[in-house]
Design a binder for this molecule. Structure first.
Ligand SMILES: NC(=O)c1ccc[n+]([C@@H]2O[C@H](COP(=O)([O-])OP(=O)(O)OC[C@H]3O[C@@H](n4cnc5c(N)ncnc54)[C@H](O)[C@@H]3O)[C@@H](O)[C@H]2O)c1
Length: 270
């Protein structure tokens, strides 16, 4: 996607962190933004930033894990802005726990937002984009935790690994339709992700504070990359149609170690 001016972007999880920074970056480049989040106050703050840049913004309370909610989002986007060219499936949550302690609710909540959220975003918006025959781009937020295992993040790693696989698959399927697909795989970014439990729905146990494992991760996340830098990388990744948007060059070592382990596994049966 090379032309951003006067095009429409849908950004999920746009009420905070990476989603907010990306919304502002897209607006800076001439796009109108549909801000989708369960956090309406956060969404409104992002919208003010977008409007200050002279672009239109709508805020739609959306639970990405719920297909009906994403369908209502699409109705609002088409009605108030038009057919989107860019879908940024970014909303995500995490629980920091050893797998032994993980409950069924922990699994359902994290997989619902991180994986079903991306599936819903793709399934609901793609038919509109295909029908419009105008091409476009989809970015799905995974994580480095989608490329190698990270302790105390079992459901998060499982969901993000699936998002990497889904995105790789989509890229092949959509090539002929002139719809690019990138998967974003960040390391630590200074956002509110460690406190994701603030938005945990009642049906999965309700809001929760930081446990010991989360406390330990919090410091690393606070010292992570600025979301604004990541937003610039996302923008360039879309413009250049990069399959992978990799943000932390220093973390190429564990990714390489995984690839090396896979290569050596072949030697066993060579
Ligand atoms: N911050 C990091 O270090 C890091 C690293 C790798 C990947 N990521 C991923 O980046 C993405 C953005 O997270 P962030 O770091 O900006 O965190 P954040 O907590 O600052 O922002 C996440 C946003 O998602 C929203 N959200 C939560 N549940 C939702 C739901 N069901 N429907 C719609 N919106 C919902 C939250 O309200 C919040 O506004 C996530 O997918 C996360 O997994 C973050």
């Amino acid at each position: 996607m090379k032309d951003f001016k006067d095009k429409i972007a849908v950004v999920t999880g746009a009420g905070s962190g990476i989603g907010r920074a990306a919304s502002l970056k897209f607006a800076e480049n001439g796009m109108d933004i549909a801000i989708a989040d369960v956090d309406i106050e956060g969404g409104e703050e992002t919208a003010r930033g977008v409007r200050d840049l002279g672009r239109k913004a709508i805020v739609v309370r959306t639970d990405v894990s719920d297909r009906t909610s994403v369908e209502a989002l699409a109705d609002a986007v088409v009605r108030d802005l038009g057919i989107p060219s860019l879908i940024f499936n970014n909303a995500g949550v995490a629980t920091f726990k050893n797998i032994v302690d993980m409950t069924s609710d922990d699994w359902s909540w994290v997989m619902g937002v991180n994986l079903d959220g991306v599936i819903n975003g793709v399934s609901v918006f793609l038919p509109l984009m295909v029908k419009a025959e105008a091409g476009g781009h989809i970015v799905n937020t995974a994580s480095l935790a989608g490329l190698f295992g990270v302790p105390n993040l079992a459901s998060y790693c499982a969901s993000k690994t699936a998002v990497v696989g889904l995105s790789e698959h989509l890229r092949g399927d959509l090539k002929e339709l002139n719809i690019g697909v990138s998967v974003l795989c960040p390391g630590a970014v200074a956002t509110n992700i460690v406190d994701a439990g603030r938005n945990r729905p009642v049906q999965f146990g309700g809001p929760e504070g930081l446990n010991n494992d989360a406390e330990q991760t919090a410091e690393g996340i606070a010292q992570g990359l600025s979301p604004d830098i990541v937003a610039e990388m996302i923008f360039e990744g879309i413009r250049d149609d990069d399959p992978y948007i990799m943000t932390h060059a220093d973390l190429r070592i564990p990714v390489g170690a995984r690839l090396e382990a896979l290569r050596s596994a072949y030697e066993v049966n060579a």
